[in-house]
Design a binder for this molecule. Structure first.
Ligand SMILES: [Zn+2]
Ligand SMILES: [Zn+2]
Length: 300
């Protein structure tokens, strides 16, 4: 980049910080061009972003006050069980090593990433990340809906993800090898469809991983994204899907389920399923302002 274009790009109000960050990223071109980067990045970022929720689970054992934010408060979920984290980690690691890393490496090898000199503007970055999320949300909705409607697809591909009826952060990627690979491919294809800057793509993958973890974390914090932006479903929305299977197929936003008539109002579903006992609990919870999806074994 020559001096004049650099000065113009880094004018007051321009993306100076983004340019500095992008220059740092570009200096890692060898790593960024590695065919194994997308799979490795997805795996490591997932583990790192799950760590605070593992810490919360451990802390909740000593400070029970934390557990008021749990969506489901059964004796089973409140028990500190590091074994389920370890088992889940082993399942995910094996599938990454045998399927996701080779599959995404092949895609990355064919695609050949580019590294433009200039960073995107803030507006470009935000717009591209939102566009990627919307495209991914739509593609995943179609795939997820199909996996629940076609029995063969459900048994062969999606059922392993539903082994966790009560979800926890690491379970966001506890799925069959085919589903894990298709999710990574959908994310990469979404970025390709939008045609976004590589830096926007990195931010999108980070946000995508975080949102999947938040969906499965099992906590409903007052500062959760769906509380701040109601267009997002968040953990109660996705936990309702893990309980009753028939709706809430979109991963992040609610609009596709509303438009396609598959939106699950968690409390109505619970009421239909568990009858009067749940109605009494629901009235009690309403007075407490809880968003619990009220499974049969819920004690909140
Ligand atoms: Zn799930
Ligand atoms: Zn499902």
């Amino acid at each position: 980049m020559n001096n004049s274009s650099c000065q113009e790009h880094n004018a007051p109000g321009g993306p100076l910080l983004l340019q500095v960050l992008w220059n740092d990223l570009r200096s890692q071109q060898e790593f960024l061009s590695s065919p194994y980067k997308p799979g490795l990045f997805a795996f490591l970022i997932h583990l790192i972003l799950c760590t605070p929720f593992l810490a919360l689970e451990v802390l909740g054992h000593f400070l029970p006050g934390i557990n008021i934010y749990r969506i489901s408060r059964t004796s089973e979920t409140l028990q500190l069980c590091l074994q389920r984290w370890l088992d889940c980690f082993a399942r995910i690691a094996i599938k990454y090593l045998t399927t996701v890393l080779p599959g995404t490496a092949l895609y990355q090898f064919i695609r050949m990433p580019s590294f433009p000199v200039l960073a995107p503007s803030y507006r470009q970055l935000i717009g591209e990340v939102i566009a990627c999320l919307l495209v991914f949300d739509a593609l995943f909705f179609v795939l997820h809906y199909a996996m629940h409607r076609v029995p063969w697809l459900y048994r062969r591909v999606h059922q392993p993800h539903h082994q966790n009826r009560i979800t926890f952060a690491l379970a966001a990627q506890d799925a069959s090898a085919a589903e894990l690979l298709s999710l990574q491919m959908l994310a990469m294809i979404s970025a390709w469809v939008v045609g976004c800057h590589p830096m926007s793509e990195v931010v999108f993958h980070l946000l995508n991983t975080w949102l999947a973890i938040e969906d499965h974390c099992g906590y409903n914090f007052p500062w959760a994204l769906h509380r701040l932006l109601p267009c997002f479903g968040g953990a109660p929305f996705h936990q309702a899907h893990h309980h009753v299977y028939r709706g809430n197929f979109a991963p992040y936003f609610k609009h596709w389920d509303w438009l396609c008539g598959t939106y699950l109002h968690a409390r109505e579903e619970a009421g239909r399923k568990h009858g009067g006992r749940t109605m009494r609990r629901r009235r009690r919870k309403k007075s407490l302002g809880s968003d619990c999806v009220c499974v049969s074994d819920c004690v909140c």
